[in-house]
Ligand binder design. Sequence first.
Ligand code: HEC
Length: 144
Amino acid sequence: MKIKTIIAVFGVLFSVNALADVTNAEKLVYKYTNIAQSVNPSFKAPSITDGKIFFNRKFQTASGREAACASCHTNNPANVGKNIVTNKEIPPLAPRVNTKRFTDIDKVEEEFTKHCNDILGADCAPAEKANFIAYLLTETKPTK
Ligand code: HEC
């Protein structure tokens, strides 16, 4: 009986922790949504569908080859990715799988600017960033 109680308490602690860990990612979705709305009042809410399309969409890069966010981060952001340039492993982007993601706003902005420029030739728009993180928050299971 006591052991069950201890397990139950642990269960609650862990779920509270899991919630706390993605709070920052969720806050960033709101933050980018607010910026997007101030630029474009017709942007109502972040779209998970648009975020997923954006993640997988292939763009012609400056070097002439086609690449998508998924090229390195794989078509499932809950998976470990692989850098197509350096061949190095990339820990999963999905914040529910990798709780270190989207915790440091400066790093997030830096990586967005870098990767969006590499792939799109320009920084991503606030609406694209809001959609992107909203989509990543929905991916919880790595592909086996
Ligand atoms: C050439 C490979 C490559 C491509 C293509 C790529 N990324 Fe990345 N991405 C990386 C690497 C490497 C890291 C950082 C490694 C790490 O922190 O584990 C990273 C990390 C990030 C992060 C940091 C998240 C955090 O909080 O740690 C964001 C945001 C991101 N990428 C967005 C994008 C977006 C948006 C695209 C498509 C427009 C994209 N990436 C395409 C390789 C890539």
